[in-house]
Design a protein around this ligand. Structure first.
Ligand code: ZN
Length: 469
């Protein structure tokens, strides 16, 4: 009896010991492995164009295989260079929709001559990993997958399923990217929340404070072509209403049109949180920006802060292409232009087009919508996932402010948002503006310290989000 008790007690103590080891990661070991994995991932050139991600997807599949994480890969028949990988750790409760960790495998091309290092070497200098995709977004892909690997090794069985989806073609927002997965395999996805890119932590975007911006909405691309058809003539005898004249007059009205300032709920909340942290008169103005008097007095100065802030608080129109003519002494019979319009989430393309036509006020101009956005969705920042990630970030950086945010560019989240799914975009690192510029730019990089910070945030956030109801 005594012996049995001793043995039991020994086993029990061993079990406790073992579980302590398992629960406490050896982060030094994790760092060695994680850095090597990101370097290797960067070394696989997945530039888009051409957008061949087969090697990268097969490498991710191999990583899942080695770590006994169940996965499947998908090849797009129409273009077999486009592949996707979906991996998962199954939860106990099948009635809960999964958390989906979304990341793209493709990267924008890199001009080798402009870089100070080989963009596909993953070289480390002074504790910083360099390479195309180091921020956008192979690092977040690795943070997500390494978290799953660590959790799998622990024998973790969550309540809620967690899925990892690596896709092709984000950089060209192509139909064979995440749109293809949504169209063909929605039954395998159907998530409760999506964790994607779109926001980041910044040390200097807002002077004097560290801010983690979690994207909950994005502006919508609305592309419109303008056409004028008329009669041609000799350059020596201009006549009233020839196509170039009509187009130039209309374009002048469009580029000088100041669209109204609209502070939507995301920006209102963002300014409220920043203002609360800032204090003083500026903080008071930010916190109360939708008060009619403050809006009237200060919203213009807000728009003058930067082109980014300006783009967050109004619909914008950029004249990006003008085409006409073929010889200096011939008046051409045709003229066209293209507008890149970016709409706030709650502006409908139809109503904006009516406003635009009113500004131009000329029936000779034809408006041809080329890309019409569907999504008008803003994710809920009161959700469990948003709270868990916010708490993780705040715990690790107590002085930082976490804000909901609207991206002015587009990410793959828009296709999930179009289906009504709450999506959150955050690369959990704290960088400065010049680091952010390297995304799609030169010498893209991430420090090992930031990368490990992100892995820990991802590991804890995934665990806490999926562990209980
Ligand atoms: Zn990206």
């Amino acid at each position: 009896m005594i012996n049995t008790c001793k043995i039991l007690s020994y086993c029990f103590k061993s079990l406790i010991f073992l579980s302590v080891i398992i629960a406490n990661q050896d982060w030094d070991e994790v760092q060695i492995e994680s850095v090597q994995l990101l370097q290797k991932y960067i070394q696989i050139d997945s530039s888009n164009p051409p957008g061949d991600v087969t090697e990268a997807i097969n490498w991710l599949a191999d990583l899942c295989e080695k770590n006994k994480i169940s996965y499947q890969t998908f090849t797009v028949d129409e273009d077999p260079r486009r592949m996707h990988l979906l991996a998962e750790i199954k939860g106990k409760n099948s009635s809960l929709k999964p958390l989906l960790l979304l990341n793209h495998v493709d990267v924008v091309p890199a001009d080798v001559d402009a870089w100070s290092v080989d963009p596909f070497s993953g070289v480390i200098k002074d504790g910083i990993i360099y390479g195309r995709g180091a921020l956008d977004m192979k690092s977040l892909g690795m943070m997500q997958l390494i978290s799953l690997i660590l959790l799998k090794r622990e024998g973790w069985i969550p309540e809620r399923t967690v899925k990892f989806l690596a896709v092709a073609d984000e950089e060209i927002l192509g139909e064979y990217g995440v749109q293809w997965m949504i169209k063909n395999h929605w039954d395998l996805l159907d998530p409760e929340w999506v964790w994607d890119e779109g926001g980041i932590g910044s040390t200097d975007s807002f002077p004097g404070m560290d801010v983690f911006a979690i994207a909950v909405a994005q502006k919508k691309s609305f592309w419109v072509e303008l056409e004028v058809n008329g009669i041609s003539g000799h350059g020596s005898r201009p006549f009233d209403g020839y196509p170039n004249q009509v187009l130039a007059t209309s374009l002048s009205k469009i580029v000088n049109w100041e669209t109204p300032i609209e502070i939507n709920p995301v920006i209102e909340e963002m300014l409220f949180r920043i203002g609360s942290n800032k204090g003083g008169i500026e903080g008071f103005v930010m916190k109360n920006i939708n008060n009619p008097i403050i809006h009237y007095l200060f919203s213009n100065s807000l728009s003058e802060k930067s082109t980014t802030v300006n783009a967050m608080i109004r619909n914008t129109v950029s004249l990006t292409k003008v085409n006409s003519g073929y010889k200096t002494n011939i008046i051409p019979e045709y003229a066209s232009a293209a507008l890149d319009i970016r709409l706030l989430p709650d502006t409908s393309p139809e109503s904006f087009l009516l406003d635009l036509k009113e500004v131009v006020n000329d029936d000779r101009l034809e408006f041809i919508p080329k890309r019409v956005p569907l999504n008008n969705f803003i994710s809920n920042w009161d959700s469990k996932f948003f709270k868990v990630v916010s708490n993780e970030l705040s715990e690790k950086k107590p002085n930082a402010v976490v804000i909901p945010f609207m991206t002015i560019g587009g990410t793959d989240s828009q296709f999930f948002q179009a289906k009504g799914v709450d999506c959150y975009g955050i690369i959990p690192v704290l960088v400065n503006e010049s680091d952010i510029q390297t995304m799609h730019g030169i010498d893209e990089r991430i420090s090992i310290q930031n990368y490990m910070f992100g892995i820990k945030v991802a590991y804890n956030s995934i665990k806490k989000t999926c562990e209980e109801n």
